[in-house]
Write a protein that binds this ligand. Sequence first.
Ligand SMILES: [Zn+2]
Length: 625
Amino acid sequence: MTMYDITAPVAPVVPTRGRLRPLGLDEVRITGGFWGERQRVNGEATLSHIESRLESEGWLPNFDLAAAGTLPAGRRGREFSDSEVYKYLEGLAWEIGRTDAAADAELEQRFARVVARVAAAQEDDGYLNTMFGRPGQGERWSALEWGHELYCLGHLFQAAAARHRTRPSADDGLVGIARRAADLVCREFGPDGRDAICGHAEVEVGLAELGRALEEQRYIDQAALFVERHGRGALAEIEWGRQYFQDDVPVREAEALRGHAVRANYLAAAAVDVAVEGRDDQLVGALRRQWDRTLERRTYVTGGQGSHHQDESFGEDWELPPDRAYSETCAGIGSIMFSWRLLLATGDTRHADLIERTLFNVVATSPAPDGRSFYYANTLHQRTPGVPADPDGTSLRASSSLRAPWFEVSCCPPNVARMFASLDAYLATADDEGVQLHQYAPSRVRTALPDGTAIAFTVETSYPADGRILITHETDAAREWTLALRVPSWADGAMLRVSAANGVPHEQQVSPGTTEIRRPFRVGDTVELVLPVAPRATSPDPRVDAVRGCLVVERGPEVFALESVDLGGDVVDAVLSGDPLERDGRVWAPIARRGEEIAREVPLVPYHDWAERGPSTMRVWIPTS
Ligand SMILES: [Zn+2]
């Protein structure tokens, strides 16, 4: 593993060492396409939708009440509502970093207004929470199982790290607020303080990143202390067992992710952070094994995780019922956080494969095209048509069977917002010898290797609609360097064509994994990767009883779904009776229904687009007999 010896990237995760260095928003920019459109909607609609709901639900005004000294009277929202304000600030910070200066003035004002309200609520010793610590409220740190005080601060720390990296010279106070709160956490929970953890992991990943951003080793050490304290019974037994908050088995002894799926992923992500910073290869190894087993046995074909509704948790191995898929949007984002850190630490492109699957089939599924309603849970089989949510109402978290504008527990919408606003920073990485492209989107890359070798290229593609990815170099390199391209695991038969501006094109077939091209790239040199994105039917692992005898149709990185609006009736008795095919830019499958002797071709929709034409029944896994 190497140390990064150049300017810190503007990115959500910046380890001081590792196999790969992330390229930040200043080095990679998405310029359009599938993700560019989602970023546009996020910037134009979702962020302001979130702010208006934080206001109308009272979650932002809670900070004003705290500053006025009138709490707990009038406080609204659950114990973790402060965290949604911080996630919103993080999303706004990335959006400011991503957009050009002309667009920033209004965003900067919005950012400053919210920060001022948060600042006014912070107490002199750094404590910051609207739910605890005042007369009439629970005492500070008195309800660590369910209180979410440290969880909320973890999101504050991530927001501050984002702000510090996107506007290092901005004197808006958020970094100072976070620093005072982090210092308090270190005093209260340090080696000589309370031997305790939070019931919802998040402070760990926040402290680790704030420590990296501000070069405060104490914060990273505190994160490591919290990670190591898990699995030793620090929290009280609850009806779902201590595995719910990963307090059943020490992190380095666990075999798979378990318990609450968001908590489990946030903790695993933090464990990678502290393992990397602490040069703890044994812990990295344990986390890689947990990732492998969780992917093999506890992850839906969409990349979704969590099959228990009651406690939002992972099921046992192979317990992946499609109609009971909980697959919370935040668990998908947590999985990306975990996978991305392992990718940086190890360079194993399988982590990028899962990130892609989860981005297209969980994260992209959550928001409606207008960016103002969301899925919280992401079922793989809808048995009864959903009921449209009240556009002005607030849904219970999982009860909405269609996308809803807001939830009583509304963790997912701001999580999607911060993910989209920082997505540019998940596309590519670098090492001493070149650049690795992990995700394919229209984009441009501008960076330099540690020895000063300048790299500049553009990526043109309409992926995933089309499998052709064209990379055009825009600078003359002073020396040979290596461009590494991920070939997704499903892409058997991918083709690579390399053309020098004044040379003979070279074409070859490449296998799933990574393909590398090393040369002194010149202006006009192109590299073209053609991924085979024809529709394919995929079998489940035979040990997943719930979908035995079914197939799922996929095309490229996208999972497809059969909807009743296309079938002309309930999908309950649909049978897939042949191979899927592509025609007129759509995917079709021969489907028969009970009582019908002849199958007919029915269009399928990308799973991320399901339920966009109103209530329907839907299934991803389709029986074959
Ligand atoms: Zn959520």
